[in-house]
Design a binder for this molecule. Structure first.
Ligand code: SAH
Length: 243
């Protein structure tokens, strides 16, 4: 069982997304545990202030280090030191499926959400790693925390009903996934490829592999260039595209 623990100034933002659908079911089934820790509870003083103006001047507010670090330390202590603490930050290592897989092997992930201009620089000394979910800026770490919990949880055995669907997912083997179709057979004049209705499993598998290769080549040349293609893959790619 993996424990996800989100440290945030806005617990209400995460309660619904972390309780619905797949994540909600995984929690009820005891496959994952999700805790939300309110950073404000670790601030001292009458007004429980968690942010302050930046030294050196400039726009915006900065999250004060004391409550964030106190919340991290409380999480570490309760996890019996098994916690891996991730600070969400646009400056961090950009999340990839490979990293998601590594995180799924952890026992206890603590996700620290920044707000405003971000957290005081010294907080970095108290975390294990900084993670970004992409080259863009959010107004807070909470949506990023949701994304990480979602991506990691679906790799925990039992969370996604059909485990085969995980191994075929995009990025699992360096490729984007093949296209999917369901009923109706004809939709506004667009037909389902007939091979998918042929009942020939080997042919379907070859078609899907070829589509995955083509999609990756056309949409993500960066991923495609990293593949080491087998002879069979090369042959598939060289087949007549109109077939
Ligand atoms: N001033 C900062 C941005 C702060 S955004 C800068 O320019 O780098 C406020 C908070 O949102 C951050 O502390 C972080 O926790 C979260 N956040 C913003 N973009 C993110 C991203 N791409 N990945 C992960 N967290 C992000």
């Amino acid at each position: 069982m993996i424990v996800f623990e989100v440290l945030t100034l806005f617990p209400g933002m995460l309660e619904a997304p972390l309780s619905a659908s797949l994540l909600g079911k995984a929690r009820s089934a005891g496959l994952i545990e999700v805790r939300i820790r309110d950073i404000r509870e670790y601030s001292t003083g009458k007004h429980r202030v968690c942010d302050d103006t930046p030294y050196g001047g400039g726009a915006g507010m900065v999250m004060k280090p004391e409550p964030v670090v106190a919340a991290i330390e409380a999480a570490r202590a309760e996890s019996m030191a098994t916690a891996r603490v991730l600070l969400l930050s646009p400056r961090g290592n950009v999340l990839k499926q490979e990293k998601v897989r590594a995180l799924a092997a952890e026992e206890h992930l603590v996700l620290v959400c920044g707000r405003y201009e971000g957290v005081d620089e010294r907080v970095r000394q108290f975390v294990d790693e900084e993670i970004s979910i992409g080259d863009f800026v959010l107004s807070g770490g909470e949506p990023a925390a949701w994304i990480i919990v979602d991506a990691v949880a679906r790799l925990i055995p039992g969370v996604v009903g059909n485990e085969a669907s995980i191994t075929a997912d995009s990025f699992s083997d360096g490729l984007l996934e093949h296209p999917h179709y369901t009923r109706p057979q004809s939709f506004r004049g667009l037909e389902v490829p007939s091979i998918l209705m042929s009942g020939d499993h080997a042919k379907v598998a070859r078609w899907r592999r070829r589509q995955a290769l083509l999609r990756t080549r056309d949409s993500r040349p960066d991923l495609f260039s990293k593949l080491s293609l087998s002879e069979a893959d090369r042959l598939l790619l060289s087949e007549d595209e109109t077939k």
